[in-house]
Write a protein that binds this ligand. Structure first.
Ligand code: ASP
Length: 309
């Protein structure tokens, strides 16, 4: 493989986004895919590229991840992240508190701790509190979970409330990234505040391997957004991955389209969006939601858009 095979795709969530919001979000999406692209071009690892993209979106107040992650029903921001590499190693963290960059935490723990799907515990928090000022800054440490709620989000929640569309299952904006490096290594990451106003302790699909995030160098990589419960119980992502595996010559857009149709038949009131990079070939995305925010880049083509149904 060569640099001709580099590929990056980023998403900023399947959701209902106004055109005003779109304008605010597009520059960050572009910056995010550029960050992954530059990281890959500089010869760094696929997982570093994914985390460089995710941390741009986690730092932005306009996405449901990191700074800007939606609070749960108790007003607390609890973040979930999943990082998986194409050699099948993964590191997922759930209910991460007081940290703007959960993807950097996952990367930090990746080499030593993978494979691991872990709840963020009191001991993890103590470990974070004991880090040097430089490290705390890198992880985006904040003293209280409330500091993760930016003014834009407070305002957005109020606006959504006024429109009557705030409920536990209608506020989205998770972020994700899939990359393929020059050697054909694939890596995927998904980072989220979860469904807005989620129940205490609720975990969605995002950190779950084969649901919100997946990578296998022999098949491809995927990151999902949408109603986590529906994505998990319909096996949406697994169905896409298995079809890619079993029928590698089948058109990827057709696979995505038919699997999203199956999803909608089973869960007509739920939404989903998927980004995928296959082992060979171009990045692809598909969604059944009002909007899906995406940015992708290959040697031949790049595009950043908020796709509308
Ligand atoms: N899938 C995420 C979850 O269920 C939410 C989202 O993508 O917006 O937690």
């Amino acid at each position: 493989m060569s640099k001709e095979n580099l590929a990056v795709i980023v998403h900023g969530g399947a959701e209902v986004s106004s055109s005003e919001d779109d304008k605010l979000r597009i520059p960050f999406l572009k910056q995010s895919s550029d960050a992954a692209w530059e990281t890959l071009n500089s010869g760094k690892s696929a997982e570093e590229a994914v985390v460089s993209a995710l941390s741009v979106l986690e730092a932005s107040e306009y996405f449901d991840a990191g700074y800007g992650g939606y609070p749960n029903q108790n007003g607390i921001v609890l973040l979930d992240v999943g990082l998986m590499r194409g050699d099948l190693k993964f590191l997922s963290l759930m209910n991460v508190r007081r940290c703007k960059f959960p993807s950097r935490l996952a990367l930090e723990m990746f080499e030593k701790e993978a494979d691991l799907l872990s709840i963020w515990t009191h001991q993890h928090e103590e470990w974070l509190d004991s880090q040097s000022e430089e490290k705390k800054k890198y992880f985006g440490w904040v003293a209280t979970p409330k500091e993760l709620i930016p003014p834009y989000l407070k305002d957005k929640i109020e606006r959504k409330k006024a429109l009557g569309i705030v409920s536990k299952d209608k506020v989205h904006g998770t972020v994700g990234c899939v990359v393929r490096d020059a050697q054909g290594n694939i890596c995927s990451g998904t980072s989220t505040g979860g469904i807005g106003f989620k129940r205490n302790g609720r975990i969605g699909d995002s950190p779950i391997i084969g649901a919100g995030v997946f990578a296998d160098n022999e098949i491809g990589g995927l990151s999902a957004s949408g109603n986590g419960e529906a994505i998990m119980k319909t096996l949406l992502s697994q169905a896409v991955i298995l079809e890619m595996k079993n029928t590698p010559s089948k058109n990827l857009n057709e696979i995505l389209k038919s699997q999203l149709e199956n999803f909608q038949t089973k869960c007509p009131n739920d939404i989903a969006g998927l980004i995928v990079i296959p082992k060979f070939g171009k990045p692809a995305f598909a969604f059944c939601a009002e909007t899906f925010a995406v940015s992708y880049k290959t040697a031949q083509r790049e595009e950043t858009l908020i796709a509308r149904r």
